[in-house]
Design a binder for this molecule. Structure first.
Ligand SMILES: [Zn+2]
Length: 232
């Protein structure tokens, strides 16, 4: 299959997975050969191209939308640590810049679409975010202690989590996250920011990720399946 797709990525598969009974995963997680990989809890059970759709529909924000966020510095161990995380978060937002969704920091929690907080609650994963069509109470980007072990990689962690927040599933969701169906848009891309990497620094936003997400934010449907637009 050619990689030149002048009219945008090709949706793969014509069936609407959201109109079918949710398949039951044969085994909960299975052992993956590339073991000590990036672990985030947004899709804890482990499917490149980009994969979209969750909660039984495909969702994204309206193109041109602004997501206001409250960065809760008080939840970090120290203000210094919080400010460092904030710098990484802003840099990660810039990495997704060509995508037509803007992010704006606000200083009142009540004005925010989502919050960014630090927590000690989960020590097995780096971070946890949300999808556009997740319920209001889930709109939190949580950073866990693992993410603080290597401060410089926090940028990579935020880039990945922002991918989820823009509507992306894991690269491997079609294989090991079948309990929550997804649709693939484009060709497989093992280098995608939404894949697993043994080295966090290898987890970066790729040109293909940007191209496919920009397309996702301009098309009306994916493989004939309509897209729900979330108004922030
Ligand atoms: Zn993830």
């Amino acid at each position: 299959m050619s990689d030149i797709r002048p009219s945008g990525p090709t949706p793969v598969g014509n069936e609407n997975p959201f109109s079918q009974p949710t398949p039951v995963a044969a085994s909960p997680q299975g052992s993956t050969p590339s073991a000590p990989a990036y672990r985030c809890a947004t899709q804890p059970r482990d499917t490149s191209a980009i994969l979209v759709g969750c909660n039984n529909s495909i969702s994204r924000y309206a193109a041109g939308a602004t997501l206001q966020y409250y960065f809760d510095l008080d939840t970090f161990e120290t203000q210094k640590e919080g400010r460092r995380a904030l710098r990484h978060f802003k840099k990660a937002i810039s990495a997704w810049r060509p995508v037509p969704v803007r992010f704006k920091r606000v200083y009142k929690r009540g004005e925010a679409f989502f919050s960014v907080v630090a927590s000690n609650y989960d020590r097995r994963v780096y971070a946890e975010a949300f999808f556009p069509n997740d319920p209001v109470e889930s709109r939190v980007l949580t950073v866990y202690p693992l993410a603080f072990q290597n401060h410089k990689a926090m940028y990579n962690v935020f880039c990945h989590e922002l991918g989820h927040m823009l509507g992306l599933r894991h690269e491997f969701a079609g294989v090991s996250e079948q309990q929550d169906p997804s649709v693939r848009l484009g060709n497989a891309n093992p280098r995608s920011i939404m894949n697993k990497f043994a080295n966090l620094f290898d987890m970066t936003v790729q040109e293909e990720d940007i191209r496919d997400v920009v397309y996702f934010y301009t098309c009306n449907n994916v493989g004939g399946i309509p897209i729900d637009e979330v108004m922030p």
